[in-house]
Every structure is written in C-alpha cells, then in structure tokens.
Design a protein around this ligand. Structure first.
Ligand code: PMP
Length: 450
C-alpha cells in the first residue's frame, strides 16, 4: 500500500532525473535474472542495474555468505585487519597477473578511479591524463573530468583538482571512441565496418602520437581506458590499439590504467578481465559493479612500486572493504567459479550476438551489433545509408515496447543511440530466445508505424 501511495505521488519527494521509462518501474524483488515490480509483473533483467548484478539477483550462495557475516561483524574500518578482509584480498590477488598484487578497497567505481588517478600522479609526479572519446569513468568531481560523454558532465571546471590556471585539461585525442571517426555512428566490427570508413590501427596510433607530441606539453601521469567502452555503447578498439597505446603512454612517463568496472569478473566471456583480451598488463586495474553483485564495493589493484609511492601518506576509507562487503565479494568470486559464470557469459553472449546480427541484416534501423560475452551493444540508425543515429523518440518507443513485453534493457552511446545488453551472467539460452523474440517484435511494430 505504501508503495502504491508513493507511486501515486510519482516520487514528488525525490529528485529523480535518471528515469529511463515514461513511468518509473517500481522494482521490489529480484531472483537471479528476474525482477518483479510492486504489481507482481515479472521482467527479464538484461541490464543488471547497469552491468552490476554479476551472478544473479539475491543469488542464494552470495546471500548465505552475507547472512553468515551479518551475524559476526559488519564494520571496523581499515584501521584494523579482519579475517574477511585478509581472505578476500588474497583471493582477489590470485585472479590478477604479476605484478598486480596490491589492493585498495573502495565503495564504488568512481572512488576507485579517483584513487587510481591520485596514485598515478603521486607515483609519476606528472599531471596530465589521457582518456578516450566516449569514455565513462565516474560521476565524482574528479572522475567527471575523465569522463568524456557530455551527458554526464556539468559545466564547471573539469574537476581534476588543479589550482594552476595554466594547467591543461584532460586530453582526448580524436582517435578513440568512434571507430569510424568521420561518421557520427560508432561502428566497430573489428574493422569489418560495412561502410569502409574504419581507420586501421596504425592510423589511430599515428593520431595518438601526434596528439601526444603536440597537445601534451610534458610527460603524462596516466592513461585510463575501458577494455570495451560500457556507457559509450560497447565500443571496441581495433586490434592492437590498446597495446600500442600502452607503449606510447609509457614512453611519455605515464602509467596505464584499465577501468574494468564493467568488463571485469568474466563479463566478456573469453577472459576474467577485459584487458586480457588485448594482450596487455596494466599498471593499475580499477573495478566495481560486478565485484559485489550489487553490494557497494570497488577496488584498485596495482603494483608494489606504485603502492609504495602512495604509502608515503595515509589512505583512509571508512567503509571501503568492510567485513560485509568482503564476505559478499569473496562469495561472488567463488560463485563465478562454481556456477561456470564466465563460460555462460561466453556461450549465451555469442549466441545472442549471432542472432542479433541476423536482426541487423533484417532491419534497416540496426546499424551495428558488437561486444563480447554479455557486454553487448546494438546501435540504432535512421537507415543504413545515412547512418545517422536513430532519434531519441524512436529509441524510446522501442525501449518502452520491449519493457511492456517484459524485458529491461539499457541505453547508451555518444548520441544515446545504442541499446545495451548486460544481464546478470546467469541468463540462459531460453532467456536469450525470449529477448530476441521480444526485440524482433518491437522492431517490427516500430517499422510498421514508421
Ligand atoms: N567506470 C566505468 C567503466 C563505469 O561504467 C562506471 C559506472 N557506470 C564507473 C566507472 C563509475 O562507477 P560508480 O557508478 O560505481 O561510481
């Protein structure tokens, strides 16, 4: 009744800017890949609270671990050491290659990226940071400076904490984000772009070299890159691009940071971490979202050398890595292993992309299907010739229709033109078929009316 009351008021007591749907979906229960609203309507959740519910809503094993820890200890701070913290850090470190073994725990992805930025600057003594066009690295004042997508930025100084007015901004070369840079549409099919507009890796690298030589006055502190852009719309880089970028950044004195907030924990299917698909070893890895299956948590993992430059001061975070978070996150790692989550992500994701590619060939308004594992983007266009982004009203119509047929998906991309599919990684082939049928129907409905 209380819920109904709140709904009648339409949340007048809350400032809710980010409402995806015309009428907010009032979710009150979840189990694995399913969620229910207050009226008992069931939805297949293909967005997972923005790629966050990794192993499934209220997964029984994770819930049991949380319940067990609830009885013992909730909080102490990192002034002390406690078994849950110790055990978790050992376990997480075992998932990362050498020399990435030093762990700092936070409560979110933005906090993790803030910390990584600070560490990079302290370690290198440099200031400037490179990020890619289309990137999202957080909503805190510092990380907002790293985030490229204007939708998520406020018109204030870039928030990088520089008091020197001569201080340069974050550099964003023209090389990143959009694979076909002359097209407003981000088309990335491993350089198999049907329009033949894709630049080859060496052209991107030449641009990066040029930017580094001309725009960045001195040495740089860091490069932040998502192995596959998440909010940007599942944008992938050309082969070797990240590897060559790491080399150039290191030559300029910077450290390379892989933002695995969306791509970590097996989501890409082929690897546990997205960076492993690019044949690179970063100097720092930041993570959040899937780490806690919905429990607020984040982490920075780095090398002993970088951690030591940072350890000259004190790092304090009241809640970061509290016992409950550690118990939950530890159980998430076990569950990924026991449930074969990564393999499932690969199997169902590959199947979905194959079937979505068939829809791309069938419908004039699907410009591209891309991604890896269960990190999928379906880019919508007005038509395949102009390749202009499908307008927001049309995106919304399809999106609402998909919801009305019982499936929740996400939206993203520089122009809001990409549907994003990032479900809890426990979804099945049957769920994939259900979604594909719903999506096909909604596209058909839209085309009939248009
Ligand atoms: N990095 C990436 C790649 C993200 O997608 C996000 C969140 N969408 C963040 C960082 C920020 O994480 P949080 O919202 O937990 O602060």
């Amino acid at each position: 009744e209380r819920m109904m009351e709140i709904r009648k008021q339409n949340c007048n007591s809350m400032i809710m800017k980010v409402t995806y749907y015309k009428k907010p979906v009032f979710i009150h229960q979840g189990h694995m890949q399913w969620i229910w609203d207050v009226d008992g309507t069931r939805y297949l959740d293909l967005f997972a609270g923005v790629a966050t519910v990794s192993v499934g809503h209220c997964h029984p094993k994770v819930r049991a671990a949380a319940e067990e820890q609830l009885k013992k200890l909730w909080h102490t701070t990192n002034i002390y050491v406690y078994p849950a913290l110790h055990e978790y850090c050992e376990k997480l470190a075992s998932y990362l290659p050498d020399p990435l073994k030093m762990i700092y725990l936070t409560n979110s992805g933005s906090e993790a990226n803030d910390l990584a930025m600070l560490m990079a600057r302290l370690h290198t003594g440099n200031y400037d940071i490179i990020t890619f066009r289309g990137s999202y690295h957080g909503g805190s004042p510092m990380t907002m400076g790293l985030t490229s997508n204007a939708t998520y930025k406020y018109p204030v100084a870039n928030g990088l904490g520089c008091t020197n007015t001569m201080c340069p901004d974050v550099f964003r070369g023209p090389w990143g984000g959009s694979h076909c840079r002359d097209s407003p549409v981000q088309t990335t099919r491993e350089c198999g772009c049907a329009q033949g507009q894709c630049m080859a890796n060496d052209q991107y690298i030449a641009q990066l070299q040029e930017t580094l030589a001309t725009s960045v006055p001195s040495r740089i502190a860091a490069f932040f890159g998502e192995p596959i852009q998440g909010v940007g719309g599942a944008v992938q880089y050309p082969k070797n691009f990240l590897k060559d970028t790491y080399k150039l950044v290191r030559e300029k004195g910077g450290v390379c940071i892989a933002d695995e907030v969306q791509t970590g924990f097996g989501r890409t299917g082929t690897h546990f971490w997205g960076f492993q698909g690019h044949d690179v070893v970063p100097d720092m890895v930041t993570m959040a979202k899937g780490i806690g299956n919905g429990f607020p948590m984040g982490a920075v993992v780095t090398t002993k050398e970088i951690a030591e430059s940072f350890a000259k001061g004190i790092h304090f975070n009241t809640f970061g890595g509290n016992p409950l978070a550690c118990a939950v996150a530890s159980s998430v790692l076990d569950t990924i292993k026991e449930d074969g989550t990564q393999q499932n992500s690969l199997n169902v994701g590959t199947y979905m992309m194959t079937e979505l590619a068939k829809l791309r060939d069938k419908y004039e308004i699907i410009g591209d299907v891309r991604g890896k594992g269960l990190q999928i983007g379906v880019e919508m266009v007005k038509d395949k010739v102009s390749r202009q982004p499908l307008p927001a009203a049309a995106m919304s119509e399809i999106f609402e229709d998909v919801k009305d047929m019982g499936v929740l998906i996400g939206k993203g991309g520089l122009y809001g033109q990409t549907f994003r599919i990032k479900p809890p990684m426990c979804i099945t082939m049957e769920d994939a078929d259900f979604f594909l049928a719903v999506f096909n129907k909604s596209l058909h409905n839209y085309m009939e009316k248009r």
